[in-house]
Design a protein around this ligand. Sequence first.
Ligand code: FES
Ligand SMILES: [Fe+2]
Length: 383
Amino acid sequence: MNPSNGTFRKRGVDYPVPEEMFTLPGEYYHSEDIYQQELEKIFYRRWQLACREEQISRPGDFIVVPVGNESIIVSRTKRDEIKAHFNVCRHRGTRICMEERGHFENGVIQCPYHAWQYDLDGALKGAPLMRDVSGFKKEDHSLYPVNVRLWGGFVFINLSENPAPFEDEMGALFERFEAWRLPELRIAHHLPYRLKCNWKLILQNYQECYHCPGVHPLLADWTPFQNAVHDCMEGAVIGGYMELTTEGGSMTMDGLAAAPPVCDVSGDDLQRVYYYSVYPNLLLSPHPDFVLYHLIRPVNVGEITNDCYFLLHPEVMNDAKKMERFQSAIEFWDMTNRQDWAVCEQMQLGTSSIRFTGGRYAPQEDMLYALDKELLKALAEKK
Ligand code: FES
Ligand SMILES: [Fe+2]
C-alpha cells in the first residue's frame, strides 16, 4: 500500500485504497487466478450451506453438493446423523456419485469402477481382491470426511481439515430468528436460476437497496429504500431489515401477506423483512409470513447457480387455499429476482471493459465496501 498517493499496488497495477469507498477493479469478477484463490481461501475453507435437512430425510438418502471444483456427498446415516464426504474413491480417486441426489440401497456407497464399497459413515467395507495386498488396511482407506454442522434445519459443511469454529462464523444467526422456528419449516417452492455473473455480484446486489427505486418499483413501494436498517455485522453474517409500509403486509404482488405469520413471529417482526447474507453462499430473508433463501454456487468465474427456496410451516402447505394465495409471493419474488439478475449480468459484462478500473460507492453501499474488505483480507491469507 502506498498511503502517499492513496493507492495499493497489485500485479503491477495501482488500485485506489478501499478506505475511500472505491469499488473493486473489474478483474475481481473476471480473473481466473483470483477465482481460483477464492475457491481455495473461501469456498474450501469456510462454513457454507449445503442443503436443508429435509432434502435427505431417510437414512441412506444423499445429495451431491458441488463446491467449486470439488464434489461432496452429504448423506443421512442409519443412526440418523448427517455426514459428508468428498466424492472421491480411495482406490484410484474416481468420482463415485454422478447423480445430484438419490438413495444408497442397503446403506452402501459403491464406486462404479472396481466396486469398492463404503458404509454411510465413509468406512471402507469391501475392496475386492485387496485382502492379501501387503500392508493394506481397510481402516486406512475411509472416504475423506467433511465437517458438518446443523442450524435451523440447514446443513452447513466445511471442507477444511482445520475449520474455524462454526460458532465464530455463524454465531450471530443462532438466536436471531428463533420466532420463525426454522427447523420446523419445509420447502414449499424452489425457483432454480443459472446466471452469467460472478458470485460476488449477487452478494453485493443483495446488500444494497440503492438500486431498488429504479430496478424494483413494486418492492420499493412495499418497503421504501430509506427504511433499510443494518443491524448485524458479525463473523460471516451481515444483515439488516426493511420496514413494510402496510400493516399486515408482505412482499407479494398486492403488498398483502401471502400466509399467516410464521410460527411465533410477532411485534416488530410483523412489519419487517430481514435480509441476511451468510458469507459466502447463503442469502436468508425471513418475512413475517414465510422465509425465503438463496443458495449461491459458483460454476466458474463468470457463472453461478442461484437456487431460491420458499419455506413455510407444513400446516400452511397442507392447506390448498392458503397455497393458492401463496402464489402471489412466488410471483413477486420471481419477478424481483429476474430484475436483479438482469442488472447483475449487465454489470458482469460492463466490468470486463478495458476502461473499467473501478468506481465509487454511494453511502448506501457501505456494506459492499465492507464485503470487499473481507474479500481482500481472505485473499491475503496464506495457503
Ligand atoms: S477407483 Fe474406485 S474402486 Fe477403483
Ligand atoms: Fe434487488
